[in-house]
Design a protein around this ligand. Sequence first.
Ligand code: FAD
Length: 456
Amino acid sequence: TVAVVLFTADLRLHDHPPLHAALRAADEVVPLFVRDPAVHAAGFDAPNRAAFLADCLADLDSSLRRRGGRLVVRSGPVAREVRAVAADCGATEVHMAAGVTGYAHRREERLRRALGADGVRLRVHDAVVTAVAPGAVAPTGSDHFAVFTPYFRRWSGQSLRGPLPAPRAVRVPDAVRGEEPPSRAGMPGLSPQLAEGGETAGRARFARWARADLSRYEEHHDDLAGDATSRLSPYLHFGALSPVELIHRARERGGAGAEAFERQLCWRDFHHQVLAARPDASVRDYRTRHDRWRGAEEAAGDIAAWREGRTGYPLVDAGLRQLRTEGWMHNRARLVVASFLTKTLYVDWRIGARHFLDLLVDGDIVNNQLNWQWVAGTGTDSRPHRVLNPVRQGRRYDPDGTYVRRWVPELAGVGAETVHEPWRLPAERRAVLGYPEPLVGLADGLARFRQARERG
Ligand code: FAD
């Protein structure tokens, strides 16, 4: 017997329930990845993620080859391709991971219909992309938690399966044809310091980070210059690492750092269960409707300066320039730049979210859109009117200005006292820095935000 495993946001061999189940059920398995033009049409294959995806696919292919198999890559509408592959090899089952986005729901529906017509069974596995399946825990009277802390309490009480080992051997039927996996070589428009993708690179990064930094994660995760977070988000986005396995590995090490890391992984699950219940929250305000945002035309100049990292607020600019260079940004900086765009510049969160999705290598409809909503005050945040002051945030999380100087070379020679407020320098000094004056006064921005809020 033959089974197909459709890989989606789970590009790994370790702890892979669909692959595990398929190998138990069938003699031969087709590991399949489909490059669906719908992803391109939605503008979701931005260069950084396309390159990281190519790395993941190449790594998956070589891991499968070491086990006697290979990855079959096809291009075309996903249901059509899966159906054709299943027909070519006489598969009776297709296994895949459950997804939460609108796209994932439509994909599952189409597959069910297409495969059902041929009598092929579709088996969708939970808790592959997340540690706990969306909907597995819910408050009384609702299908999802809108507040993190009670969710975290219930989530922590769930028993997780033990991590599944990677298979030793995979036999792929000869008859199935595929194309060469894509390669990042020659791809245009990549951030110059983009991380390397793939399960192998992800596992190595986790091992290194767990040894060196996990124990100090709780204390240092907000230290912008220390850069002590795991940087595993792109591997989690593509499923090159399993959240279930990471939680087990962290628990084995134990301590406050491991607990804090697990809590961040719970944030990821939290947002997944929100979006699973409310797929429209990827584009529409989740809770508080906010109709008065300034849009692309009204705020064109401010938006352009923000995107380029030329707002005149050093921490904001540092974050946005890190994003351009690495395709990644520290969480603390993400909070500050998002608060600045939505609360200080009073620009629609969707405009910022789009820019993030254009560049972030971990750019993810679930985590990106819902974190943006959280900061913008339209989402699940219980303090929707909170505004992060970029000067105070800088003094607190980058006290000597190392992070700012790393990303804003104009300020390289400015000392810690003024690096977050270069407008306090004498005019003649400012004139030679070549660093922009603040786009807007913080107090003016705040006043506009408050007025708009009062108007509803
Ligand atoms: P660590 O601190 O090492 O955390 C470990 C893992 O926990 C992360 O890899 C991530 O998977 C998860 N995690 C941590 N914080 C969050 C969070 N707030 N929400 C959801 N998961 C979290 N994360 C994305 O993966 N993709 C996005 O597109 C994304 N967009 C964001 C946009 C904004 C405006 C904000 C404020 C946050 C966004 N985040 C996003 C969440 C967070 O900033 C990143 O997950 C984190 O910075 C990744 O770095 P790390 O892997 O070193 O995190």
